[in-house]
Design a binder for this molecule. Structure first.
Ligand SMILES: Cc1ncc(COP(=O)(O)O)c(C=O)c1O
Length: 365
């Protein structure tokens, strides 16, 4: 690094490493020749139409053709909604709007999604941690101790990577406890896989509630970068002061509007049902492998398991072009690997490779 770059770089950035997203770990790969089951993406690539007529114009900051159908889908008012470049941008906008660099902190409940901490660190915001209980429920008393010390509490439900949903009573306690001191952000990126369990309809009851959603998972549009922040209008209005002037590229708005049409919603529901069926089949098969322990729950489009030979298994799968995600560095997830559910054919390929790995191990034992 040049002296100039070193001199100019913000102190809090110096210590950071670029986020190891699933795509970066295996950068340069090819989803045609490899089986990607590592980023909780959908295996379905759906078709959309693009109209290039207005590409010479800047797009709407908050396109109504996306906001209105999503508001209806989520059961909120359009003024309780903000559309952004994925839920990831929603996370960062909340941090930039409600936390002062070098002064404020957020609270996270690991093991959980990595971007809350990464976004905070890049903005020079502190990160406090109240780990989940052994059964992945909230440790409400540990969380409560942070009252007055954090501005945002991030709770992921269904949680990535455990696939568990947070109980209503626990979340209610947290929302009430922080009512006058912090926003509670419920990340519902996987909501469609546990569709009876949402906080979006509770905005009127809890002025400090924020819900995050995305088109990246059930809607099979991770490549689109389109997510939503749902909250009372004073929160949305505040974030609008920070968001970029043109965050929604015109083609993104066009495709999102199609995904949210009645036809798009029907397709999404059918694909979720398919993946839920695969989840049951894959879980059943996994549980038959020696020493394999299923961990967490199946409320999302992935399955977490623990195995003492996780490294050998991971290496074997990668060598055979099947990519899954190592979660073993997360608190309480020693030896855990996460599989994103794919098509039946992809899942069968994974299971056959796992079977041959365990057979080889047995023979060499
Ligand atoms: C819990 C959770 N929230 C948010 C995201 C990011 O969503 P998006 O693709 O909309 O940025 C992910 C992606 O894996 C996730 O697992």
């Amino acid at each position: 690094m040049s002296e100039l770059v070193n001199k100019l770089m913000c102190e809090n950035i110096k210590a950071l490493k670029p986020y190891e997203s699933a795509r970066r770990i295996f950068a340069g790969g090819d989803s045609d020749s490899e089986t990607w089951l590592n980023a909780n993406e959908s295996p379905f690539a759906n078709d959309f139409d693009i109209d290039t007529e207005h590409f010479n114009r800047y797009p709407d900051c908050q396109p109504q053709r996306v906001l209105l159908p999503y508001a209806e889908y989520a059961g909120v008012q359009a003024n309780q909604l903000l559309v952004s470049r994925g839920a990831d941008e929603g996370i960062e906008l909340l941090i930039r709007t409600f936390c002062s660099p070098g002064k404020d902190s957020i609270l996270i409940c690991p093991p959980t999604y990595g971007m809350y901490a990464i976004s905070a660190e890049t903005c020079n915001i502190g990160v406090e941690r109240a780990p989940l209980n052994a059964d992945f429920s909230l440790d409400v008393s540990a969380i409560s101790a942070y009252k007055g010390k954090v501005n945002l509490v991030f709770i992921c439900s269904p949680n990535n990577p455990t696939g568990t949903s947070i109980g209503k009573a626990q979340l209610k306690q947290v929302l009430e406890h922080f009512a006058d001191s912090a926003l509670v952000v419920v990340d519902e990126a996987y909501f469609e896989f546990d569709a009876n369990n949402t906080w979006a309809t509770e905005l009127a009851t809890y002025p400090n509630l924020v819900v995050l959603r995305t088109l990246s998972k059930a809607f099979a549009l991770a490549g689109l970068r389109c997510g939503f922040t749902l909250a009372n209008n004073d929160i949305i209005y505040s974030i609008m002061k920070v968001i970029a002037p043109y965050p929604m590229p015109e083609p993104v708005a066009q495709i999102a509007a199609q995904a949210l049409s009645p036809k798009g919603l029907k397709q999404m529901t059918e694909q979720v049902e398919y993946l839920q069926q695969q989840s049951q089949l894959v879980k059943q098969r996994l549980s038959q492998f020696p020493e394999l322990e299923l961990v967490g729950d199946d409320k999302a489009n992935f399955i977490l398991f623990r195995h003492p030979q996780k490294q050998g298994l991971m290496d074997y799968l990668v060598a055979n072009s099947v990519l899954i995600r190592d979660q073993s560095k997360q608190v309480n997830l020693v030896n855990c690997l996460r599989i994103t559910l794919g098509t039946q054919q992809q899942n069968e390929k994974l299971l056959a490779l796992m079977a041959s790995f365990f057979t080889q191990q047995e023979k060499s034992a």
